[in-house]
Design a protein around this ligand. Structure first.
Ligand code: SF4
Length: 531
């Protein structure tokens, strides 16, 4: 195995290691969101939109430096998505790199980069759709992790009888809570298209679209390493065929430094060893000739027009008179406008959530909010003793909180829908919400000679245990709304909760399971275990 493949394998393994150790107590002394924090494109976009968080992207300085020194070497040796595309192309035995209509437009990725930056300036983010590290992190969270856990669960079922015969109860009693995400189909479609196209033409995504690669390519125009071709070149064209990103022009001595990955495949393919990688000033004059893409005036106008149209659509959508009062964000989320600016839509918070109540939004948060995390409290409650989402969020869109602060980061208030409630509407006996509430926020009061449930607003934290456990079929008779939520960019949630008169010291931790009826079949997506 050559050096490039070994490095690609190592970085891919490192990416997954960081991702899968995030929800566990295994500490690698490195943040699980390291790849995202080292992403210069995410850094530029988030800083343009919410300048206050520039410091979290300090690791991006390493990639910017590497771009300045070695251009797109990151794409050839480090990028985990690039490695997956290479592996896919290898398995599909597709090393075809002949140009297509789309790859004959070298300015296309440059235009896409321009569009991403213009949209950031106009106040909305396209990272969720086009940043390779965000895309891969989210696909791992929404697709790969659930599939792996499903496989683990099936394996457990297989070994369970054998383990219980051996009295290995730690194994026979073990279970896995497999997460299900509503938007995994959209994720599969988008990621599947990127991978499928790259099976057809090697690295099609990297050469025709990737804006991060394009940014590194721009920096790489000044890099200190460039492809050099000596006079022994036979003009056989082997290097052009081997190059996965079409960085070699009609003349094999011509190289686009903005596209070249420094992967050295051309060097491996050359029959007369005419190719080397040297500082540009040391290359023979013929080799330093560039065929780098530039954005024409027409291209610039097109980017401007598409960006303005997209900006206008998002603004009109944001201005729609929609209360969106059921849009519950994770505890510790900063105020909504800032949240939308900071959130990368990476899905890390969804992957570590203990109860898997954090789901990606579709239209609930508007066009600008697609893929942002929201809580589906009918699906599962927000665990009182979990603060993982804030600990892994790379940009502080969800603030990292101590357990005490997290308890006081109120996410909403439950309201009773009397017309659905069994006690109010049908005079039946039901104590579920009262028994399950960990904050003791449900009170029964005498109304016209009958005891009826009421929500004490000052005690309700919005955790959603009541909404999740309510035995009414379909929509719950008690739902959590954004009313009373505490969203702070800085400062203490505890102090703010006290200032507003909230009391979250529950009189019981959780109701005994025997008192808790299970929701009816069909209320949970298949595979989600009931606690
Ligand atoms: S809020 Fe969630 S999806 Fe958004 S950046 Fe933070 S971890 Fe990623």
């Amino acid at each position: 195995m050559n050096l490039r493949r070994s490095l690609q394998g190592l970085f891919l393994a490192f990416f997954f290691l960081l991702f899968f150790t995030a929800p566990t107590s295994i500490s690698l002394f490195l943040p699980p969101e390291l790849f995202l924090r080292a992403d210069p494109l995410a850094a530029v976009v988030v800083v343009l939109m919410a300048s206050s968080v520039a410091w979290v992207f300090l690791p991006a300085a390493v990639l910017i430096l590497s771009g300045l020194l070695m251009g797109r070497a990151f794409c050839g040796y480090v990028c985990p998505l690039g490695t997956i595309l290479d592996v896919g192309a290898r398995l599909a035995r597709s090393s075809r790199s002949e140009p297509l209509w789309i790859t004959r437009r070298p300015a296309l990725p440059l235009g896409l980069l321009g569009l991403v930056l213009l949209c950031a300036l106009l106040g909305f983010s396209l990272l969720a759709w086009f940043d390779p590290l965000v895309l891969l992190t989210r696909s791992t969270a929404l697709l790969l992790q659930p599939w792996l856990m499903e496989a683990g669960s099936a394996l457990l079922e297989l070994v369970r009888p054998w383990a219980s015969k051996k009295e290995w109860f730690w194994l026979s009693d073990a279970g896995l809570q497999v997460p299900r995400f509503w938007l995994s189909a959209l994720s599969l479609l988008w990621m599947g298209a990127i991978v499928a196209f790259s099976l057809w033409r090697a690295r099609l995504w990297c050469r025709a679209f990737c804006p991060l690669g394009s940014l590194l390519g721009l920096l790489g125009r000044f890099s200190f390493l460039a492809r050099s071709v000596s006079d022994s070149c036979l003009d056989c064209g082997a290097c052009q065929k081997a190059c996965p990103v079409g960085a070699i022009g009609q003349d094999p001595r011509q190289t686009s430094r903005a596209r070249c990955l420094l992967c050295a495949r051309c060097k491996e393919a050359c029959p007369v060893e005419a190719i080397g990688f040297v500082p540009p000033m040391r290359s023979p004059s013929s080799a330093s000739r560039e065929n780098s893409p530039r954005l024409s005036r027409r291209g610039l106008l097109a980017v401007g027009a598409v960006g303005l149209m997209a900006g206008l659509t998002v603004r009109v959508d944001a201005g729609r008179a929609s209360p969106r009062d059921r849009l519950i964000r994770p505890p510790g989320a900063v105020p909504e406008a800032l949240f939308l600016d900071r959130c990368l839509r990476c899905g890390l918070c969804m992957s570590v959530c203990m109860s898997h109540t954090i789901q990606p939004s579709l239209w609930e948060a508007g066009l600008d909010g697609i893929w942002t995390p929201r809580l589906d409290l009918r699906l599962a409650p927000c665990e009182k003793h979990c603060n993982r989402c804030g600990l892994v969020c790379p940009t502080g869109a969800i603030r990292p909180l101590s357990m005490e602060e997290r308890t006081h980061a109120k996410i909403g208030t439950a309201i009773l829908l009397k017309e659905r409630c069994l006690v109010w509407e049908q005079d039946k006996t039901c104590l579920v919400c009262d028994e399950i509430c960990p904050y003791d926020a449900i009170e029964f009061k005498e109304v016209e000679g009958k005891r009826r449930p009421f929500v004490t607003e000052s005690r309700c934290n919005g955790c959603g245990y009541c909404e999740h456990k309510c035995p009414v079929q379909g929509q719950s008779a008690i739902v959590v709304t954004r009313m009373g939520e505490i969203r702070l960019e800085k400062g203490s949630f505890l102090e703010e909760a006290h200032r507003r008169g909230f009391i979250f010291e529950g009189s019981r931790e959780q109701a005994p399971p025997a008192l808790v009826p299970q929701p009816l079949e069909g209320d949970l997506p298949p595979g989600l275990l009931r606690p």
